[in-house]
Structure formats: structure tokens, C-alpha cells
Ligand binder design. Structure first.
Ligand code: ZN
Length: 157
């Protein structure tokens, strides 16, 4: 196959008094995202999208939340492992596109920093990383952050 597509989804609950990190970028906010590792909802969705594109096991299977080793871990570790699997399977990332759904904080002022960091992690130009943020109208999820991500891979020549 010349092309493959991958899709990832994740959500985390906001918790008071912990740092907020989205797409590897620390954001000033009274609450952070709890749960698995550093709670980086965007990097988790991207990791699952990369893994899904090559039909690898998902993030929860490779890095079980029950394993104390991953408590507070930098989620870039998961993304790098997913990227290794993509490369081992003979593919390269063409582009990624992501949507964040959260009530606060506003992502707009940080979007370029997040795209720059994700592009660097993936080894693609910044114009190959799309990022939109929406507020959760009518979803009753104001205390959660949700991330959707799709990736396109191409066979390496
Ligand atoms: Zn997650």
C-alpha cells in the first residue's frame, strides 16, 4: 500500500493543582489534565492515530496506565515509539490534522507553539500539522479536554 490513514481520539478530566500540557506545551491554567502519564490529550490522540495507521496495538496496550513506570511520563515518549513503529513498517508521515474540544483555556494564542513542537516531534514541516480548537457546545464536557487526530502516511521510497 502506498498510503495509509490513522485516527486517534482521547479525553482527560481537568483536575485542580496540576500542570496543564497540551501538545507538549505547558499552558498557564488553574487546572491540568489528570490520568495516564502527563495527561497530554493531544499527544495521546496523535500516538493512537500513528499506531492505528500501521495496525499496531493502541497506546493503552503499549503503555498501560496501570504501570507505575508511566505515571507522570512525558507523552512525547509514546509519540516517539509510535513513530518508530511507523518507520519500521516502512512509512513516513505526510501530514496530521487535529481538533481539540475544550471549554478553557483558549488554544488560539498557543496554536503555533503547539504545531511547532508536534511538527518537530514528527519530523515534518509545520504546514503539515493542522490544529483547530472548539468549545464543547451542548456536550456538558466543560471539565474535560477531548482530542481527535488523523494522520496520513506514505510508503517510503
Ligand atoms: Zn490519554
Amino acid at each position: 500500500m502506498l498510503l495509509r490513514i490513522g485516527y486517534g481520539w482521547d479525553s482527560h478530566e481537568f483536575k485542580a493543582g496540576i500542570p496543564l500540557k497540551i501538545g507538549g506545551v505547558g499552558l498557564a491554567h488553574p487546572k491540568g489534565l489528570g490520568g495516564h502519564s502527563d495527561g497530554d490529550v493531544l499527544l495521546h490522540a496523535l500516538t493512537d492515530a500513528l499506531l492505528g495507521a500501521v495496525a499496531a496495538p493502541d497506546i493503552g496496550s503499549l503503555f498501560p496506565p496501570s504501570d507505575p513506570k508511566w505515571k507522570g511520563a512525558d507523552s512525547a515518549v509514546f509519540l516517539r515509539e509510535a513513530l518508530n513503529r511507523v518507520r519500521t513498517a516502512g512509512y513516513a508521515v505526510v501530514n496530521v490534522d487535529c481538533t481539540l474540544i475544550l471549554a478553557a483555556p483558549k488554544i488560539g494564542p498557543h496554536a503555533t507553539a503547539i504545531r511547532e513542537y508536534v511538527a518537530e516531534l514528527l519530523g515534518v514541516p509545520i504546514d503539515c500539522v493542522g490544529l483547530k480548537a472548539k468549545t464543547p457546545e451542548g456536550l456538558n464536557t466543560d471539565n474535560a479536554a477531548i482530542a481527535n487526530a488523523v494522520v496520513l502516511l506514505e510508503k517510503k521510497r
